[in-house]
Design a protein around this ligand. Sequence first.
Ligand SMILES: [Zn+2]
Length: 98
Amino acid sequence: MDTCPHCNSAKLRKHGLARNDKQRYFCPDCRRTSRPAPGTNAYDEARKAEILRAYQERTSLRGLTRIFGVSRQTVTAWLKKSPAVAPAQPDAGPAATG
Ligand SMILES: [Zn+2]
């Protein structure tokens, strides 16, 4: 829920778009305009790191979507932006246990 950053009112109305195509809001209570806080629709960095770590631990993309409720496309986009996070490789060679 978007609230006014100036007076915390929840009565924000859409007020056109800013130059960068971000939605602007107008607050009828304090009569000021505002933009939604960056990251309103984004995952915060801590959560992102947690999800990427789970991916490194061989959690499948499908598993991530179920566990974290994050879209597969989102995770894929993160991986492209995070070259340090390499896809987990399965162990080569047969497992000789027993
Ligand atoms: Zn306000």
